[in-house]
Design a protein around this ligand. Structure first.
Ligand SMILES: Cc1ncc(COP(=O)(O)O)c(C=O)c1O
Length: 375
């Protein structure tokens, strides 16, 4: 029994305890140099993150939503255009399309991995389609090989929403180097999280990277106060870059620790009636941002775990084609049966590198107890 102790979904203080001297030194460096906007830390983090992903360029921006919005704009996406994506994602994926005046077209997902079902992709493509935007949900990479094949046939770029997938891989290549470009979020709770907001666009395409950089910097490329296009202010903050550089050195180890906790959950939760544990597609390596099970009585399980002091979360309770924000482009219930079923059944259990393995066992015991499975 956990009794009064609360198990959080994520414990960033536990992470800080492992890296405190390096974080303190990094923050001090930025403050002493007074390089709060741009500067050496931003430049070096961009270089290091591009190298980590295996891509030529990384352009730091203010957050993951801006990364998506600016990347779509750099493709020239605008009114009258369509962007094909999924509905079981954070709203930002859809917002980035809407903010460019374009129409999101939703594809249903593979129930095993909750990522875009490539067998349904081709039929959604029209002459107005500009970009295919799969989401590496929960850290599990979308099925990129067949997605890229459809994209190639239609001459379309694939933009990865890799906001949850730092270090995920397909066939040994990392997220960020799988499509034409990729967008990352460094929201604090992500596998690689800042101490505030931050984001990144990663690509091999020189001209595309330059265009994202220009759009994020008031439409200005090299010459100060010369603005080629109307851009915006979406800057990576020097303090965030310095913290992210410290954490990037640990990312693979931390992802490995997540994987060990996932293995412990899988072993303890396999075979429980009414519970499905998350799958990993052969050839793919999830970054395990989240450990999200499906439960027949999701709401009951959520309440039971809460009563035991165990935090959980629903990612996500409503698919974005049914969100009021999409009106008048809103879809109808039943349009995307798998996505909609997932929204009723998914439950994310606590997962972070420092989560004690005994706590994983205790959480699993509570899931078994609720489901009437033998301990
Ligand atoms: C799938 C997905 N896309 C986009 C975003 C947006 O990132 P940010 O919160 O940094 O704007 C998030 C962040 O939560 C996300 O999970």
């Amino acid at each position: 029994m956990l009794e009064t102790r609360t198990v959080p979904m994520v414990d960033l203080r536990a992470q800080l305890e492992r890296i405190r001297p390096d974080v303190d030194a990094a923050i001090r460096r930025v403050v002493e140099a007074a390089q709060f906007i741009g500067g050496e830390e931003c430049r070096r983090f961009e270089e290091e993150f591009a190298a980590y992903c295996g891509a030529a360029h990384a352009v730091g921006v203010a957050n993951g939503t801006d990364a998506l919005t600016l990347a779509l704009r750099a493709y020239g996406v605008g009114p009258g255009d369509e962007v094909v994506t999924v509905a079981n994602t954070f709203i930002a994926t859809g917002e980035a399309i809407l903010l460019n005046g374009a129409r999101p077209v939703f594809v249903d997902v593979d129930p095993a991995t909750a990522t875009l079902d490539p067998s349904l992709l081709e039929r959604t493509i029209t002459p107005r389609t500009k970009v295919i935007l799969p989401v590496h949900l929960y850290g599990h990479p979308a099925d990129m090989v067949p997605i890229l094949e459809v994209a190639r046939r239609h001459g379309l770029p694939v933009l990865e929403d890799a906001a949850q997938a730092h270090g995920a891989e397909v066939g040994g290549r990392r997220a960020g180097a799988l499509g034409h470009a990729a967008c990352f979020s460094f929201y604090p709770g992500k596998n690689l999280g800042a101490y505030g907001d931050a984001g990144m666009v990663v690509t091999d395409d020189d001209a595309f990277a330059a265009q994202v950089r220009r759009l994020a910097n008031h439409g200005s490329a090299a010459t100060k106060y010369q603005h080629e296009v109307a851009g915006t202010n979406s800057r990576l903050d020097g303090l965030q870059a310095a913290v992210l550089r410290v954490k990037l050195r640990h990312l693979d180890d931390w992802n490995g620790e997540r994987r060990a906790r996932v293995a412990a959950y899988d072993a303890a939760l396999g075979g429980i009636p009414g519970v499905t544990t998350p799958a990993e597609r052969p050839g793919a390596r999830s970054a395990w941002h989240l450990y999200t099970i499906r439960a027949a009585d999701r709401d009951g399980l959520e309440a039971h775990l809460a009563s035991k002091g165990i935090a959980t979360a629903v990612h996500y309770p409503r698919p974005i084609h049914l969100q009021p924000a999409l009106a008048p482009l809103r879809g109808r219930a039943g349009d995307l049966p798998v996505s909609e079923a997932l929204c009723r059944e998914v439950l994310s259990l606590p997962l972070y590198p420092e989560l004690p393995l005994e706590t994983v066992a205790t959480i699993a015991d509570e899931v078994r107890a609720f489901c009437g499975a033998a301990p």
